[in-house]
Design a protein around this ligand. Sequence first.
Ligand SMILES: [Zn+2]
Length: 429
Amino acid sequence: MALPDKSKRCILMILDGIGDRSYKELDYQTPLEAAHTPVLDRLAARGANGLYHPAQSGRALTGENAHFSMFGYDPSEFPGRGALEALGLGIAIRPEDVAVMARFAHTEEKDNSLILQKSAVSFLKQETEGFIQAIESYETDEVKFRFHQIEGLTGILLMSGHVSPYITDTDPITAGHFLSELKPWQAYARDPAALNTVKALKKYLLWAYARLKEQPVNALLTQRAGQIKLVPFFRERYGLCGISIASGNIYRGICTYIGMDFRAMPDSNHPGKDIAERLVMARQLLDTYDFIHVHTKAPDMAAHAKDPIAKKNVIEALDAGIGEAIAPILDDPEVLVIITADHSTPSSGPLIHSGEPVPLTFCGKGVRRDSVNKFDEISAAGGALGGVRGKELIYLILNNLNRAKLCGLMDTPIDQAYWPGDYEPFRLK
Ligand SMILES: [Zn+2]
């Protein structure tokens, strides 16, 4: 596909979950503040900085919700994690199907309910296959169930028939808590499809529990049901040819949903090496794409281990990796580099993700330079970008790529955000 303006392109680097809180063991700094990050600091020093939140400050987002907003889509267009994972797996999910995240877990019975137990045990491939085979397919009340593995003990449950995605989760996420009862969403309390889904899924989960009873993982837990919708592709909405370089199946799913290309890169135990390889690949792809998403989940994973010092170390490794690969990208005056995160992930406390905004740096030709010279949550607050929210990120990207449309112009029948639009030439006859 021909690019409207080949000269300017961008790399959006997402350091997943890098934002955090302050900890005594880090002298009351965040892991990012405490980390020695000369490369990220240099990038901050030569660009404009601010604090970004993909929704509203204080709201704790999942990676998929945050990315959906960063790529310029509305929450109303979001299909749910289950559906995105299904697309990532290449499953031919139809708009009438429902997909829900499902994972095996060990639970214990108490007071006529189940309590989620800690599950640090890993199983052999053969054992996992045995668990899956036991519960793989089922049918009841006009609903067909099929479990598809994503990796290890995690997968999606595809439901087809008389189904609705408006049902609650059974997975309490945190060990020590009761599994929650399945219910329709309040607004769908009388909806026949939602009621039928609750009835059928409950039967399936009880059947799975009976089938797994003697196993070390004895229950299947569900969350985040979803259904695909028809949304305009990213190229159509923002005029950019996009690709994502990432490791997770979820990113492949998001790309499939919004018509972006995807390049899978496996995670090793060396986050610095991984990010360097992804940036080298991004540079090669700059001839073909004008929007390249480069993702690392390493800071998020480190934070989920609830160890601020481990997270600081991962951030330092990433900084060194970025330093190995960023110089030729920065040497190209037509490339805009944006560095931010999807959300904050606290390295301590009960929250999975938290609602603090994350640092944001724009770096490239013509970008205003502010006085910030450190890439962290506190320094960024004094930057020229100020607070950036939601879809403002994609508007800022279009603006810095010289593709922002002057509001009010209508070069095509759609009031798109980018310029020039894919307009038809004025015909003489
Ligand atoms: Zn996370």
